[in-house]
Design a protein around this ligand. Sequence first.
Ligand code: KG4
Ligand code: ZN
Length: 420
Amino acid sequence: MNILAIETSCDETAIAIIKISGPKTRPSIKILSNIVASQIKLHAKFGGVVPNLAKREHQRNLTPVLLAALREANLSNSKNAPSPKPLSVSDKKRSVAKAIERQRQKSKSQFKIQNNINKILEREPELLKRFLKHILSLEVPEIDAIAVTIGPGLAPALWVGVNFARALVCLWQKPLIPVNHMEGHFFSALLEQKGPDDSKLKISALNFPALALLVSGGHTELVLTKRIGKYKIVGETLDDAAGEAFDKAARLLGLPYPGGPAISALTERKIRISVPKIPEIKLPRPMLNSKDYNFSFSGLKTAVFYLVRDLTKNYSMEKIRPVVAKEFQKAVIDVLVTKTIRAAIKYKINTVLLGGGVAANKLLRKTLAEKIKKNLPLTTCRLPLTSITGDNALMIGLAAYFTGEKKGWRTIKANANMRL
Ligand code: KG4
Ligand code: ZN
């Protein structure tokens, strides 16, 4: 089946088309297109994502991204309908009457469809304008379903994607599959490279019970699953998410948004010994020893604030930045990995998965893989390809395939606080 998937939960406008078939235990996949239009540069000026700007950008980006995705997948405007056979004279009269009737019905239904699209996109006028101009006249592409992220995420951003999907479903008369964004991150860990690059991918089998550490800008959760589509959150952050903590710590260190890549890039540079030498620093590992599997990162951010304040009394920000960044990253990863391992032992886990934007972090990937190998040698560790750790629609298409349920376009809604 060909799935067209749409993702607009935060600051990436993404559309992917995948061809996926075979049994759910071992399907085969072909990525026909996977387009991500990032808004990071725009939001970086404000130090974080501005929801209404994200909404505006999604409205502008969705149409060109869709056209690019269809083109890349070779599904755009394939006007390959066979030309009609020549008619005999007796057939002609009947067929003219039929054609008129057909045309009348067609215009009636086209009028109805356009009316519905106007209604669906009434809150996204800029998107509606582009939709009517560029999408209305397209041939119906060879896709079997349209999947869309309905939550969790920023409500104004989610609604643009949801309404766009509803309008497409209404126009092309395809089934609609609502998807949970975190479920997308979950399944992204199952994609493996088939060859030397990311162009050919395969889906690896999932051995249950599985535990996923999902770490993004809005979420940090440990998710237990014993069968596809059934999830139990066994631990989660009580305040800031890990990615959010990276973003906030980066800001305290005068680094740009998003903070995760900025901090991890800095920690990979060699630190030159400075004179006078900065004293050894140690940040707290919040909730490391709590009996549950929850996390808390807001105290760590406060500790970074005080540390930076005190150190900058004697040292320049340039000098302390790499040292504090390194210790901060280590503190977050220590807690994430320790708790994941503890939960994996407790629930006798066969597969540990990692997902979400923070899964791009090299030290996190390395530490998690090493600790699993050491403490749980029979457990498989699945890390997502770094090309799909950030938000993308490929993972939404995957989740739709594995657990999606078709819904009517009139009934689906964005749900900013959706849980697994
Ligand atoms: O999943 P994601 O792309 O968006 C959400 O669903 O929130 O995650 C974005 C988060 C940001 O907070 C960003 O700073 C963080 O992922 N991130 C990283 C790295 N790359 C992105 N955090 C740590 N290390 C990285 N290399
Ligand atoms: Zn995400």
